[in-house]
Ligand binder design. Structure first.
Ligand code: ADP
Ligand code: 5GP
Length: 223
């Protein structure tokens, strides 16, 4: 990780303004509110970019190709797998999803962190590929609320809602392996927690750079 320091002692203030090449993984049972929360945090916190996955599933009415997902055919996806173009990929609830390999150099140069909305299988694979991703698991307040959110979202049949709920319980067990758990009860509260985690991780992982910048300033002042 390398950073340029223009503000010297004030650099830690920048942690709210820019990323430092970190990877944040956010997972949750379908319908918990990941998409909503991720869209909102990117809007509110500078220096965060959404990693647009590739998928073989069909777009939902409000989804845009290239923004929410890259929607591709099964054969196009398979070719990408064979060319080793994914950081990870997995089959989730009957469809295939894959994360493109991040361009870490570009992220550092442009002051960006990347946020990956991926399932728990994918998260495990990412930990084997890259150093220290920050893993955040989002929980629904309870099963009843999760069911309501899935029904209100209006994209699944009742049969499909049942299928998603039966998958949710087992999925939640994976949350023990994550660094953070956030309960998405009210959106504002969950958003505040997610923002705080991102800023804290930027401060923690950028610690040495802040120290070095400060030391340099001291030396320059002494000399
Ligand atoms: P996911 O990406 O986890 O599958 P979505 O972001 O699509 O979930 O959210 C599922 C539904 O729940 C959407 O209709 C969304 O507007 C709603 N929702 C998300 N977060 C909250 C919240 N904190 N309170 C109430 N409704 C929410
Ligand atoms: P949905 O179809 O509801 O958008 O997503 C279904 C599930 O696939 C969610 O749990 C979501 O996090 C996961 N997912 C989305 N993109 C990827 C990806 O690139 N890799 C993996 N492993 N899971 C993904």
């Amino acid at each position: 990780m390398s950073l340029t320091y223009e503000k010297g002692f004030g650099f830690e203030g920048e942690m709210k303004e820019r990323g430092i090449g970190l990877i944040f993984i956010i997972s949750a049972p379908s319908g918990t509110g990941k998409t909503t929360l991720v869209r909102e945090v990117i809007h509110r916190l500078p220096g965060l970019q959404f990693s647009v996955s590739f998928t073989t599933r069909l777009p939902r009415p409000d989804e845009r190709d290239g923004m929410d997902y890259h929607f591709v055919s099964h054969s196009a996806f398979q070719k990408m797998v064979e060319r080793n173009e994914f950081l990870e990929w997995a089959e989730v609830l009957g469809n295939r999803y894959g994360t493109p390999r991040p361009d870490f150099k570009k992220m550092e140069l442009e002051g960006l962190d990347l946020i990956l909305d991926i399932d728990t299988q994918g998260a495990k694979k990412v930990t084997k590929e890259i150093a220290q991703p920050v893993m955040i698991y989002l929980l629904p307040p309870c099963l009843r609320v999760l069911r309501e959110r899935l029904i209100n979202r209006g994209v699944d049949s009742l049969e499909r809602v049942k299928f998603r709920l039966s998958h949710a319980r087992k999925d939640m067990e994976e949350a023990y392996g994550y660094h953070y758990v956030i309960v998405n009860d009210t959106l504002e509260d969950a958003l505040e927690k997610l923002k705080s985690i991102i800023i804290a991780e930027r401060c923690r992982k950028g610690k040495n750079e802040i120290l070095e910048a400060n030391m340099k300033q001291w030396e320059e002042k002494d000399g």
